[in-house]
Design a protein around this ligand. Structure first.
Ligand code: FES
Ligand code: FES
Length: 152
C-alpha cells in the first residue's frame, strides 16, 4: 500500500512495490494523459514532474516516489506556466499526432519555470530527451521562445 501526492491530492493505492509510476497513474488513478512510449526512459512520452523536476514515470517504481509531489499533464491547466504553455501549443498549432505532446508540455513547463528566458542551448538541453516521431521540434522551440517573449 502506498500513499502518493498526485496533483495536490493524496491517493492510496494497493499495488506491487515495483509497479512503475506511469502504470499507477494510468491504471489505478485513471490519469491517462501521461503516455506510454518506450518504457525504457528513452522517449519522454511518460514525463511527469516530481517535486517540479521532469521525470520518466515509466521507469520509476512506485516505492521510490516517497513523499515527493507528483504533477501530471492533468494539473497543467492550473499551473500558471503550464497554462501559458498549453495556450501557446494551441495557438501555434504545435501537435501533429499529439502522442508525445503531454511529455513535451511537461518538459517545456519545467524548463520555463526554472529558466524564464531560455536560449536555444537551454531549450535543446531541456527538450532533447523528448522524442517526437512527427518532428515538431522546430515549432516547439519557437513556442518556447514566444512564451518567454510574452513574459518579458
Ligand atoms: S515511455 Fe517513458 S521514456 Fe518512453
Ligand atoms: S506530435 Fe506525433 S509524436 Fe510528437
Amino acid at each position: 500500500m502506498f500513499t502518493i501526492d498526485v496533483n495536490g491530492v493524496d491517493h492510496t493505492v494497493n499495488v506491487a512495490e515495483d509497479k512503475p509510476l506511469l502504470w499507477v497513474l494510468r491504471e489505478d488513478l485513471k490519469l491517462t494523459g501521461t503516455k506510454f512510449g518506450c518504457g525504457q526512459a528513452l522517449c519522454g512520452a511518460c514525463t511527469v514532474h516530481l517535486d517540479g523536476q521532469p521525470t520518466r514515470s515509466c521507469v520509476l517504481p512506485i516505492a521510490a516516489v516517497g513523499q515527493r509531489r507528483i504533477e501530471t499533464i492533468e494539473a497543467m491547466a492550473a499551473d500558471a506556466i503550464g497554462q501559458q504553455v498549453q495556450r501557446a501549443w494551441q495557438e501555434m498549432n504545435i501537435p501533429q499526432c499529439g502522442y508525445c505532446q503531454s511529455g513535451q508540455i511537461m518538459a517545456a513547463t519545467a524548463l520555463l519555470t526554472e529558466i524564464p528566458s531560455p536560449n536555444d542551448r537551454d531549450i535543446d538541453e531541456a527538450m532533447s530527451g523528448n522524442l517526437c516521431r512527427c518532428g515538431t521540434y522546430a515549432r516547439i522551440r519557437r513556442a518556447i521562445h514566444q512564451i518567454a517573449d510574452d513574459q518579458r
